[in-house]
Design a protein around this ligand. Structure first.
Ligand code: GLU
Length: 413
């Protein structure tokens, strides 16, 4: 059964609201229920003239969840299975994420229910431009700023920038995750994976894990950069998977070679020096990095997990039920809204650099990212210890409290 990520995020937000006693503190403000309803939901049809002259149609989405703490911010996902509840959940996570890591943005998410692999390069360009054109009055550098997500990359951001530029001359800061040549930030592409590993290293210290071995589920932008960052920190990656299958080597995989193999063949499968792996989620490892989609860890596989630490590179990889099982098993989880915030943190730096017209060195971007994400990790860990709760509950409480305070300050008139 497909789980509903919006139901899951709603349960976690309501639990945080109860813990914070928002109803008692602000009677009749219905803060939590108001928070859960997105500010604006845009759903539209996109017709596309295919290369062969036939007409295709797709559904386009943009959910602007909250701009309480700054303008809307969040990625664009191209995936055949997306639906409104998924985009709503992803937008809500963005609001919580930007609040938690203290960047002056709200939350949004968008996408198209299309499998980009079924489109030619020029079809992808036309569809991306059409999507942007439809949203031209809803996005902008001080309104709502898209970025890459699953199924999109710097190339789509370049098209979004170029299409938006036809309508507004001040367009660079209207989208982040752009190619370096047209105003992208150094370090943006690796930022989510790097952030995952910065928080992982903090958790390793806290848990005093010795010689940990890592498994990475998903080898797209987040998973591959997380694996590279593990390599840089001399932490062996023993298992990796993608949509086509999994591979393992208990002595550690050569990540650089693996990346070359993926570039040449399109998958991790068939990598020399590794054996086939049945199931990455339950494989033998100390740390699991789920870096693919929602619902990877469910009540069906959670109890079989061997890892003691899970660092969520993806958004919503652990269902609500699975989260409960893992807490009972005393597995430490660095939650998505903290662990994968490196992407949006460096998106924020890209936006700042675009507005200033002054660009930073990669080392500066990485240093700032490290400082910011570790500060957020420490804030969450301290709150969790003080209030005797897990890291996810602590992250939700801290993030929701800031938005709720802003809702009260800004009022409802
Ligand atoms: N799509 C990424 C995320 O889920 C990045 C969003 C952004 O940079 O705005 O956090």
């Amino acid at each position: 059964m497909k789980t509903n990520p919006f139901d899951d995020v709603s349960k976690l937000v309501r639990a945080a609201g109860d813990y914070l006693e928002l109803e008692k503190k602000y009677p009749q403000q219905t803060l939590v229920e108001r928070f859960l309803i997105p500010d604006k939901t845009i759903l539209f049809r996109l017709s596309l003239k295919r290369d062969d002259g036939t007409a295709g149609y797709y559904l386009g989405y943009r959910v602007q969840h909250s701009d309480m703490l700054g303008c809307y911010k969040g990625g664009i996902r191209f995936h055949p299975m997306i639906d409104l509840d998924e985009v709503k959940a992803l937008a809500t996570w963005m609001t919580l994420k930007t609040s938690l890591v203290d960047i002056p943005f709200g939350g949004a998410k968008g996408g198209i229910n299309v499998d980009p692999a079924t489109l030619s390069f020029s079809e992808r360009e036309r569809l991306t431009r059409k999507y942007t054109h439809r949203l031209v009055n809803d996005i902008g550098p001080a309104i709502d700023i898209p970025a890459p997500d699953v199924g999109t990359s710097a190339q789509e951001m370049a098209w979004i920038y170029d299409e938006y530029r036809k309508h507004q001359s001040n367009a660079r800061a209207a989208v982040t995750g752009k190619p370096l040549e047209i105003g992208g930030s150094a370090g943006r592409q690796a930022a989510t994976g790097n952030g995952v590993v910065f928080t992982m290293l903090e958790a390793i210290k806290d848990m005093k894990l010795e010689n940990p071995k890592v498994a990475v589920q998903g080898f797209g932008n987040v998973g591959s950069h997380a694996a590279l960052a593990c390599r840089k920190n001399r932490i062996p990656v023993v298992a990796v998977s993608d949509v086509k299958g999994g591979i393992c080597n208990p002595n550690g995989l050569d990540v650089k070679k693996l990346i070359r193999h993926v570039a040449a063949t399109g998958s991790v499968v068939g990598f020399a020096g590794a054996s086939e792996l049945e199931d990455i989620i339950t494989c033998d490892c100390d740390i699991l990095l789920p870096c693919a989609l929602e619902g990877a860890i469910t009540e069906n596989n959670a109890a079989k997990i061997k890892a003691r630490l899970i660092v969520e590179g993806a958004n919503g990889p652990t269902t609500y039920e699975a989260n409960g099982i893992l807490q009972k098993m005393n597995v430490t989880i660095v939650p998505d809204i903290l662990a994968n915030s490196g992407g949006v943190i460096v998106s924020y730096y890209e936006w700042v650099q675009n507005r200033e017209g002054f660009y930073w060195e990669e080392t500066e971007v990485n240093e700032r990212l490290k400082k910011k994400i570790i500060a957020a990790y420490n804030k969450v860990r301290t709150y969790a210890q003080k209030n005797d709760m897990d890291l996810r509950q602590a992250a939700y409480c801290l993030a929701l409290k800031k938005v709720a305070d802003a809702m009260i300050l800004r009022g409802t008139q």
